[in-house]
Design a protein around this ligand. Structure first.
Ligand code: AMP
Ligand code: GLY
Length: 426
């Protein structure tokens, strides 16, 4: 069978490597893919992840038996709807269901209506009303652009002055474009954060191993927010007792709410949770696999990924036992110096050939030159994942490999997993 994967980052590389384990898979096409993915799939750099017409034409003309749409933008734009219309089975939510990520107003109203625990909030479409509300609010407070904003649409002002600046940035300067036509202002919650990705066919749900992201650029969670500088799985804060509470109060109610609203969610639903003193609450939903969470979660999946994805598409997930290896995984992101600000591109990358078998390098932002050299092409360049019996071992091996990889300006956080190790000891 030929497969198509829409996207071209580290997450898509992890999905492709896992799909390749299925012996019935012939060719995997990645649209657009990247330099490193080209070793595992046929990349089509001229078709971008949101080139909807060209994606559908490509799928039709390359006898694609199954497609995976990984990034948020094409999902929100209805890529899965379009592929379905063309008769191509797919993994991913349709545009209506993707609103759970694409509109924070939609997801917050959904949670309120169905009693799913989340931060208290108000919605505003008028900056003057938002400012009036902020003048009598407690700080810190959380200001979120309604729409997709490349993970940058959440601001946490510490005082009124910063809050006024946040409203101006989002609603008046339109730093995130039309995503900022409406904003959500919500209560600031505290507690450990946990990411739980789950396979769901709309009714049945198979949560994946939990994980922990490290979003800030600098050690000790300092510096600007990034797309994620590293991940570990499982997340030690997410105990079996908490998992049971989340299933009862969050996961199943969310699926039921989406069905009741006439937009059942099929695909990978990402629950961004905060374990507050009042119990687990939803910080955000994503309508897709997380990046770089996928790079630690999928390496621990024992069941064949294509089989799971087909069960989601066919709505037979309840017939399948989705199994996970024990042990742990850690992923360290190697970024271009300067990220998430501006950074140089085109730096040659050297990856040693003799990395141990428990280490996998996922390529996120690189490309092949005409003479076949691998060079940097993005902010987050590589994700170096190691699996191990323990988190400590996985981290040691991931860092040893990360140190052995070379490109000019290579930057990584040195403390990925330290908080998780402390929680394990605690
Ligand atoms: P997002 O861009 O939606 O992933 O949010 C970025 C980060 O903002 C989250 O990972 C949280 O650390 C933080 N955040 C979002 N909402 C809240 C909240 N209500 N209280 C505290 N922190 C929050
Ligand atoms: N790592 C967070 C995300 O994928 O949104």
């Amino acid at each position: 069978m030929n497969l198509l994967v829409v996207g071209g980052g580290g997450r898509e590389h992890a999905i492709i490597k896992k799909l390749k384990e299925n012996p019935s898979v012939e060719t995997i096409y990645a649209l657009p893919g990247n330099g490193g993915i080209a070793r595992d799939a046929v990349c089509v750099p001229e078709i971008g992840a949101t080139d909807m017409d060209r994606i559908v034409d490509f799928a039709r003309s390359h006898s694609i038996g199954f497609a995976v749409v990984a990034p948020d933008d094409p999902l929100a734009l209805g890529c899965v709807d379009r592929l379905h219309e063309a008769g191509i089975p797919c993994f991913g939510p349709d545009a209506k269901a993707a609103r759970i990520e694409a509109s924070k107003v939609f997801s917050k109203n959904l949670m309120k209506k169905y009693g799913i625990p989340t931060a208290r909030y108000e919605v505003f479409d008028d900056p003057a009303k938002a400012l009036a509300y902020l003048r009598q609010a407690d700080f810190p407070i959380v200001v979120k652009a309604d729409g997709l904003a490349l993970g940058k649409g959440v601001l946490i002002p510490q005082n009124l002055e910063e809050a006024e600046a946040a409203v101006k940035t989002i609603m008046e300067d339109k730093a995130f474009g039309d995503s900022g036509n409406e904003i959500v202002i919500e209560e600031f919650l505290t507690g450990p954060e946990v990411s739980v990705l789950a396979f769901t066919d709309g009714t049945a749900i198979a949560p994946m191993v939990s994980s922990m992201d490290h979003k800030r650029a600098g050690d000790g969670d300092t510096g600007p927010n990034t797309g994620g500088m590293g991940t570990v799985a499982p997340n030690p804060c997410y105990t079996p007792e908490i998992a049971a509470v989340c299933m009862e109060t969050i996961f199943l109610p969310t699926l039921g709410a989406m069905r009741a609203e006439g937009c059942p969610f099929k695909g990978c639903l990402y629950f961004g949770l905060m374990l507050t003193p009042d119990g687990p609450k939803v910080i955000e939903y994503n309508c897709r696999f997380g990046d770089p969470e996928t790079q630690v979660v999928l390496p621990l999946l024992k069941t064949d990924l294509l089989t799971v994805m087909q069960a989601v598409e066919n709505e037979t997930l309840s017939d399948l036992q989705v199994e996970w290896s024990g042990g742990a995984a850690a992923c360290v992101i190697l970024a271009s110096g300067g990220y998430p600000g501006s950074y140089p591109k085109g730096k040659e990358i050297t990856v040693p050939q003799d990395l141990p078998a428990n280490v996998t390098v996922y390529h996120a932002g690189d490309r092949l030159t005409e003479d076949g050299r691998l060079v940097t092409g993005g902010g987050r360049v590589l994700g170096v994942t190691a699996t191990g019996d323990t988190l400590a071992q996985a981290l040691k091996d991931a860092y040893a490999a990360a140190d052995a990889i070379r490109f000019e300006g290579k930057y990584m956080r040195r403390d990925i997993g330290q908080r998780a190790l402390r929680a394990l000891e605690g």
